[in-house]
Design a binder for this molecule. Structure first.
Ligand code: ADP
Ligand code: MG
Length: 275
């Protein structure tokens, strides 16, 4: 980690194994993390702190392990055959394995949205209700929470009059914002976005970018993207990965300046990786 990053990610103050949320400066701390599929090592010895607010973009060529990393942060990869990891990941000061015997609790803190909008074959409203199924809310509370999350996902104005319409009848961009809204009902502290705009049109992509920037003001967003221009528009912090390792990371200003290493500059300016 560079001096610049160390300074911006001050030491986590812990009491026992837990930290008080107000003392956290990192939402996620990854330490000596290696990921495997069978015996195949995909990520090796990765160490990274992610700030408790703002947008961190993970950039890098296909096959580098970006999705694998994201999928371990909320333990979705646990459900993948042959997938394993060594090292340690802490979120909000707690070890994602040892301190979360109930993975649902972890996923309440760390929401995830995938490249393809993943809506259920039911109404817009029922899709939102699915997100709330683990909470015991009254109908009125559920309605308020759903409205609040749809507003936060900048979708309310477009769907308020069609909450009973099938979610599949929304445009792809709206469906992706519905997925984000559904993740937001649980009030996560971290939102993982794996190429959230890769399958939608440029105008809808911009709506999602605006949403990501707005959400980054209150929570921690970790977004995988292949889009360099998008990274420039939304990132507070950029991590450039290649072959399962971090090549370079830093603030957006640093990563888009001439001060980066040659490999980063080649990737960012020519979208070509010579690592
Ligand atoms: N379920 C799996 N089983 C075996 N290998 C996998 C699996 N998922 C991904 N991989 C391999 O792991 C590597 C990293 O994949 P991935 O994390 O999806 O990369 P990225 O998101 O950077 O494109 C690739 O070589 C990919 O083929
Ligand atoms: Mg991927």
């Amino acid at each position: 980690m560079t001096a610049e990053n160390t300074a911006s990610h001050l030491t986590l103050i812990e009491t026992g194994s837990q930290a008080h949320p107000e003392e956290l400066t990192s939402s996620i701390q990854i330490d000596g993390f290696s990921a495997y599929y069978g015996k195949n090592c995909i990520i090796s010895g990765l160490t990274l702190d992610i700030a408790h607010k703002g947008v961190t973009c993970l950039l890098g060529p296909s096959g580098t392990g970006k999705s694998t990393l994201l999928r371990w942060l909320n333990r979705i990869n646990e459900e993948t055959e042959n997938a394993s990891f060594t090292g340690r990941i802490k979120t909000l000061g707690l070890d994602i394995m040892e301190d979360y015997p109930d993975v649902t609790e972890l996923r309440r803190q760390i929401g995830m949205v995938f490249q393809q909008p993943c809506v259920f074959p039911c109404s817009v409203y029922d899709n939102m209700l699915m997100g709330l199924r683990h909470l015991k809310l009254s109908k009125a509370e559920a309605r308020e929470t759903i409205k609040g999350s749809l507003k936060r996902a900048a979708l309310w104005d477009e769907v308020a009059h069609r909450l009973e319409a099938p979610a599949i009848s929304l445009s792809l961009g709206q469906q992706q914002r519905l997925c984000i809204a559904r993740a937001l009902v649980l009030k996560p502290k971290v939102l993982l976005l794996d190429e959230p705009t890769a399958s939608i049109d440029p105008i809808s992509s911009r709506a999602i970018e605006d949403l990501v920037v707005a959400l980054g003001e209150t929570i921690s967003i970790v977004m995988v993207t292949h889009n360099i221009a998008q990274t420039k528009r939304v990132a507070d912090h950029v991590v450039f990965m290649c072959d399962g390792k971090i090549v370079e990371q830093g603030s957006r200003n640093h990563m888009f300046s001439l001060r980066t290493c040659d490999k980063t500059r080649t990737y960012i300016t020519e979208e070509f990786c010579d690592c």
